[in-house]
Structures are given as C-alpha cells and as structure tokens.
Design a binder for this molecule. Sequence first.
Ligand code: HAM
Length: 418
Amino acid sequence: MISRIKGTQDVLNLTVFNNVIGQIKNHLALYSFIEIQTPLIESLDLFQRSLGQDTDVVSKEMFVIESRQQNDSSERICLRPEMTASMVRAFNENGIQQVPWKVFSYGPCFRYERPQKGRYRQFNQISMEIIGASSIGYDAQFITMLDRFFNHMLQEIDYTLEINFLGCSDDRIVFTDALRIFLNNSSGICSQCQERKERNIMRIFDCKNSVCKDMYLNAPIITDYLCDCCGGDWHQLQEYLKALSVNYIHRPTLVRGLDYYNKTVFEFASNSLGAQNAFCGGGRYNNLAKELGAKEDQPSIGAAIGVERFLLLLEACKNESDASLPASLFSLVMPMTIAQHTQALLIADMVRADGLQSEVLLEGSIKSMFRKADKLGATYVLIIGETEQQNKIVKIKNMKSGHEQEVPYDQIIHYLKQ
Ligand code: HAM
C-alpha cells in the first residue's frame, strides 16, 4: 500500500476547518481586510532574501523543486514555507498604490521539519498583513484584532500573548555588541549557541538547553537598547494595549525565527498544545518591501495563524457534551421495498431543490434503517411503504418528539418547513 508522505495529513472531514476559515473571514471583514491568493510555488531567491539565509527555515527546511523541463536553470523554485514574503512580492509586482493594503490569504505552506504533534511538513496558515502602515497604533489594533478573535473562539482555553520589541537595525547593532560581550564572558554555552553567536546571534534565545536558558536570564535585554524613536513606540504600544484591555506578557527573549522583523514581535501560545505551543506569530517588518526590490520602504505589520495548531486547541476546548452530540441530518427518506426506491429518490430530490438537506436509505431492514437514522441524527424520517406509495403520501416521523403524520406529496415541503 502506498502511504502518504511523512509529516502530511489526510483530512477526512473539513467541516471544522471550514468553520474556522469562515469565522476568521467574518472577523477580518470587520477590519476591512480583503482576501488574496498567491502561488504555492515561488522562486527560492524570494525566501532567501526575505527570511534570511541563516534562518532554520531557509537553511534546513525548504522544499526545492525541479521541473523535468526546466529551461531557465538560473531560476530555482520552491514550495512556499510561509506567505508574508509572497504577499509583499505581490504588492511590489502588482504596483499596489493604495496603502495601507490590508490583505489576508490562507492555504498550505511547506517546511521540512521533524514531524510531531502540531508540527507538520505540510500545514495551513492564515496570513494577515497590513502593508504600508507606519503608525504604532496599527500594531495595537492588529494585536487587539487577533486577541478578540482568540478570546471569542477559545473560551475557557488558557492562552498567552507574549510581546517583545526588537527596535530598528541601529538598535540591534548596539544590542548584539552587548550580547556578544555577555556571551564571551559566559562559559558553557552549547555548541548550537556557539554557532548562532557567529551567524545569527539573537537566535541563541530560542535554545532549549536548560544550562543556556538559565544563563540567558541574566543576558542584556533588547528593550534597554532602544533609540528614542523606538523607545517611544514601545512605550506607546504598551499604553495602547493597556487602554484596549489586552493582556500580554513582555518576554525579552522572544526574537522569532525569521530575519525580516523589526520593532514589534509577538506570539500567541497555549500550554494545552504541548511542545509546539505557538498557534499564531507575527510582527512588524518595515524594510521587507525594499529588500524585495521596491523603490521605497513600506512599514508593515502582519501575523499568521497555524491552522492545525488552532484546530488542536479547539478540540481541547470542546466539552464532553459537545463531543457526545451525534451528527445531524435534516431529513432521511426510507423506502420500505425496492418498489418505492424511485419514489424515494424523487422525494429527496424535491426536498433538496427547496434547500433542505436530505438523504435516502436504499439498503437494510426497517430496524437497521432506524438505527442508521439515529446514528445520523436525523430530525425527520420520511417513510414510504406500499400503501403510502399508492395513496401518494409519506409518513413523516419527527425523531425528537416521536410524532408521526401522514403528509401528501405536494405538502411535504410545507410540512418540513413548519
Ligand atoms: P511563523 O511563526 O513561522 O511565522 O509561523 C506562524 C504559525 O504557523 C506558527 O505560530 C505555527 O502555529 C504555524 N506553523 C509554523 N510551522 C509549522 C509547522 N511545521 N507545522 C504546523 N504549524 C506550523 C510566519 O510564518 C510569518 N510569516 C508570520 C507573519 C505574518 N509575520 C508577519 N506576517
């Protein structure tokens, strides 16, 4: 038997997935976001330039693809590992003039990671971006928008919002110098942190090693190294969030794994998810448009929800009574013998034509048909035996109340709609 590729999933019922997409679409409409779509395949160069060569995603996790008929061997193509770079590319390439450009998109992304619960090689993101928005008020509004959504959807599930402020590139030069001095004076950091110290120093804060983690509790923190402008924005962001009653934790070690961020970064996480606990992450990326070839910088902010992780959380949210609810079906037509099959198909067709859900049972004994009706959670069962067929009626049983009524064919819709 041929199996699916490691780290991918067969989703055998998309109802909950579609429901989440529907709910986020409604929520984003309140904030005037419009939906866009970009390709699943992009040039490898796009992500090398945006996420950074030394990030885990680019250096270890890209799916680079090859066409058998590739004419232009200079262009290397990959499956997208995220959507922000694609959306900024689309902004540049389509010459969007109207800013802020408030857009969202959802769909599969691909990263060659070690698969485990909440971590897949193909997963879905809902990516939301405001391109061309410099005021820090946008950050506050964006984070609040997400928090309101999660609050509504997750109800009793505990989640946290962690925020940090990475400043501008000048701030990071001053900060990383201080961090390097700190690391040079500390002994015993792990080999991965030694490597990160040389290549991407701020990523040392993502180390899982307990010795390193303890040591970094005393490391310098970036918010102490902000210039006046960034310091003012950081202060203002906190004030806005306080005024909007958004609870958050300032985590000075939150750096995020992609190079394009500056100033605000944030993550929504929940302990109910286990090791892969972040279900949404984002931040500000003021220089990305220019880095990808635009004439001018476009200060921007965005985030992506990891749909599979969010679904895992919703699963945890579902209480026992919800879980035990049977499936639901509006109406089920039951012909008693094969002689009524045509009539049953016609009746179901008529019911559906009026926008009402209907199924027909064409197999099994009466007893097994009723068992099936219970299993399917049918509200109405429409029974047609020989007598009903002759008299052009159906017997409609309300499965909740047990009430039965004989209804002529031409009044079935009227009766069901009551
Ligand atoms: P990210 O933090 O790399 O950010 O991914 C966002 C979310 O996607 C994560 O919080 C997680 O829920 C989910 N995710 C990431 N990798 C996997 C995986 N292997 N399996 C399952 N879920 C995963 C970004 O991608 C940025 N583009 C977010 C952004 C938008 N920043 C600004 N705008």
